[in-house]
Design a protein around this ligand. Structure first.
Ligand code: ISE
Length: 341
């Protein structure tokens, strides 16, 4: 059976997901491209051969010719549209974040649990990137010993919007590290401390965070959205008997004029192109089998990322360490080692 997918949102990420569905997802078809801007929906639909377009997100979710939904519309629509998918019984891959409000994630969790099965896969695609996959495997294999620390650097060329702030670096960019560090370490965070250095100009300065886990480990995260030189995400997982570096793939090195050089991606899309493809393929398998992929992030992970970000913004504002108080994790979201990949 071909899975008929609707993509809601025809902006940067929506167009990318439409391309993946149309060109790189055997067994799926791009059924609908939905955007409030009909012209943008029409343009993306024409480029990737969608069957139809719409400007009605809720109506698109309800369509009988839509088997699954990818939500890539503006952040504030993610939780309401995910809730609509859960209530309509439509599997949904929702771009991060589920919501920037941890409280807004709870009705999605409640609705999903009420149905008794999983519907929502969340788009923290870093979990599918080879560097984090290999780091998690090395930790599981015991070669690093017990995990002690994880260092994370997340640098963008420039801020994505003119109104970007240090707080937005925490709520928009850092949730990737909040999620993937929890995933690799298989833990939850207990505190967060956030700091900002001073720049000599009026650009948004980096945000540096130190987080403690409930298992006594330390995770530090640098978010620099004005790094200027390139899109650069790397890090290191340090154990008691070894460490593993998290690197970007280098496909070529130019040797010329007594110099060597490699190049950086301009932004996350080329850097994580393979991770998005792997994530979307795991979503298609989830749709076809109903078995939630063990690697993927879910509604609980969306709540956890939003809660940590809220505490990080408070720490930056108040200049002190903030405790992270989570609700108890429902057994419904427990992960079994044997679960589907
Ligand atoms: C952006 O929203 C993303 O999700 C990217 O993956 C991240 O690298 C970037 O910093 C964010 O602004």
């Amino acid at each position: 059976m071909t899975v008929r997918i609707a993509v809601i949102g025809a902006g940067l990420m929506g167009a990318d997901h439409a391309r993946i569905v149309a060109e790189d997802l055997p067994g799926a078809t791009l059924q609908v491209v939905c955007d409030m801007d009909a012209g943008r929906a029409r343009s993306v639909a024409a480029e990737y051969g969608a069957q139809d377009i719409s400007s009605d997100p809720e109506g698109t979710v309800a369509r009988n010719d839509v088997d699954a939904v990818i939500v890539a519309s503006p952040d504030f629509t993610h939780a309401p549209l995910s809730l609509a998918c859960v209530e309509a019984g439509k599997p949904v891959l929702c771009e991060k974040p589920l919501s920037q409000s941890s409280a807004e994630c709870l009705p999605v969790i409640d609705a999903e649990m009420k149905t008794g099965r999983r519907w929502l896969q969340l788009g923290f695609m870093r979990r599918y990137d080879r560097s984090y996959v290999e780091a998690k495997a090395a930790l599981a294999d015991g070669v690093l010993g017990r995990a002690l620390m994880m260092h994370n650097f997340h640098r963008n060329v420039e801020t994505p919007a003119s109104d970007f702030t240090g707080a937005k670096a925490i709520t928009n960019s850092a949730p990737h590290e909040f999620d993937v560090a929890r995933h690799v370490l298989d833990t939850e965070f207990s505190t967060i401390s956030a700091f900002q250095p001073k720049r000599s100009d009026d650009l948004v300065a980096p945000v540096v965070m130190v987080l403690e886990t409930r298992d006594g480990q330390l995770v530090n995260i640098e978010i620099n959205n004005n790094a200027a030189y390139g899109y650069d995400v790397r890090g290191e997982l340090v154990g008691e008997t070894g460490s593993i570096a998290l690197n970007a793939p280098v496909y070529s090195r130019l040797d010329v004029g007594l110099r060597q050089s490699t190049h950086y991606a301009a932004d996350w899309r080329p850097r994580y192109g393979e991770a998005y493809r792997a994530q979307n393929r795991s979503f298609l398998k989830f749709v076809a089998t109903g078995a939630f992929p063990n690697t993927a992030s879910d509604s609980w992970d969306g709540y956890a990322a939003a809660l940590v970000a809220e505490a990080g913004v408070r720490s930056l504002r108040e200049g002190r360490k903030i405790s992270i108080e989570m609700i108890e994790k429902p057994a419904f979201y427990a992960r079994s080692k044997e679960a589907a990949e």
